[in-house]
Ligand binder design. Structure first.
Ligand SMILES: O=C(O)c1ccc[n+]([C@@H]2O[C@H](COP(=O)([O-])O)[C@@H](O)[C@H]2O)c1
Ligand SMILES: Cc1cc2nc[nH]c2cc1C
Length: 349
């Protein structure tokens, strides 16, 4: 982890300024493509290229289990994590469908599923078979969190070697909204109640119980809000740590990363607390229905591209946003300039 953090540099603001100048020569009123122009400038600043390519994208899904599931904080039983991993391997989940739609490379990584069965087509990088119950003990040791971060780093490096030009990082883990809410409350100082939601679909009474569980865990673990790795280890999840590592590696490799929903954004915030320069490598794909997502987005000063009332995870919202990045790249590469097309530029009034 430390080696990758040392590699992270700021985005190339000079390339971003050149992209802005190029955009203003294209046959459209300046700024008229709105947020798409901002996206193009960001892609240039990330890659250092005036005409960047985001093809092909790589989808990486990290799966892990959570000891805190034993507290009855999710609408679904823990075994669903492993069952969904098998579904990902068979190509039947929503993320598989959306990944095929955008011709993405796909890797499914078991970084901490409770089940000990191995599944063909899944990268086995299990650090431990689920975290401990954070109400009773630290979710994991710091060394395990670092190991899981390194699983994320390694997956991004494989994607880069395979030719990926853009990353879509997703997750699967029953009870991971509980871990994410706990991390977010500690990192931001916001109340637990303001960052807890229905997750996979618990009712209001169960949500009140979830708030109480998280409050107890936060009090018992007593993590230092200024020590992101400690917060991640004590309250986090193995897939959240792997995603944190993936965002750190994306920045180190100068690859744009599309952040998915609530859990992904909490991992992104953790990565930015470890290394603030990561922020400018991140593009926020969608706004999740999970209420804590707004808190996490605000902490990152992020405006997501889509608002589809989704709350699935898996990287699904990021995959749906990917065609907007393709459009931004195509605009830079293919649009005619005023000079090329013989169109009169803005009148000098
Ligand atoms: O991405 C989101 O915003 C999101 C919001 C709610 C739930 N999820 C997914 O649902 C699972 C966690 O929900 P829960 O209720 O078990 O904590 C996990 O597998 C996530 O991928 C994902
Ligand atoms: C079926 C199911 C699919 C998921 N995908 C991500 N989280 C999930 C949670 C459940 C319960």
């Amino acid at each position: 982890m430390h080696a990758i953090v040392d590699h992270i540099q700021s985005v190339n603001s000079h390339a971003g300024e050149q992209a802005q100048r190029h955009l203003d020569t294209l046959t459209k009123p300046p700024g008229s493509l709105g947020a798409l122009e901002g996206l193009a400038i960001q892609l240039s600043a990330i890659t250092g290229e005036l005409k960047p390519s985001v093809t092909p994208p790589a989808v990486i899904v990290f799966a892990a289990d959570h000891g805190v599931a034993a507290e009855g904080v999710s609408a679904f039983p823990q075994e669903v994590t492993a069952q969904m991993v098998a579904n990902f391997a068979n190509g039947g989940a929503a993320i598989n469908v959306f990944a095929r739609q955008i011709n993405a490379l796909v890797e499914i990584v078991d970084v901490g599923v409770a089940s000990t069965l191995t599944i063909t087509g899944v990268t086995s990088a299990n650090v431990r078979h689920g975290t401990a119950n954070m109400v009773k003990e630290d979710a994991m040791q710091t060394a395990e969190a670092i190991e899981a971060i390194d699983v994320g780093v390694a997956a991004v490096e494989r994607a880069k070697r395979a030719g990926a030009k853009c990353l879509i990082v997703g997750e699967m883990g029953i009870a991971n909204t509980t871990a994410s809410s706990a991390i977010l409350a500690v990192l931001t100082g916001e109340s637990v109640a303001s960052v807890v939601g229905a997750g996979t679909g618990i009712n209001e009474r169960q949500q009140a119980h979830k708030v109480a569980v998280i409050e107890r865990a936060i009090a018992a673990r007593n993590a230092d809000p200024l020590a992101p790795l400690e917060v991640l280890a004590k309250l986090g999840g193995l897939e959240i740590a792997a995603m944190t590592g993936a965002y750190l590696a994306a920045a180190a490799q100068r690859l744009p990363a599309i952040v998915d929903g609530f859990i992904a954004t909490v991992a992104a915030l953790t990565a930015c607390r470890i290394s603030p320069a990561v922020r400018d490598y991140l593009i926020f794909g969608h706004r999740s229905q999970e209420p804590g997502h707004d808190v996490a987005l605000k902490a990152l000063e992020a405006r997501p591209l889509l608002d589809m009332s989704m709350r699935l995870g898996e990287g699904s919202g990021a995959a749906l946003a990917y065609p907007l990045l393709q459009a931004a790249a195509a605009m830079m590469a293919e649009m005619a300039t005023f000079t090329d097309a013989g169109v009169s530029d803005k009148a000098a009034l």
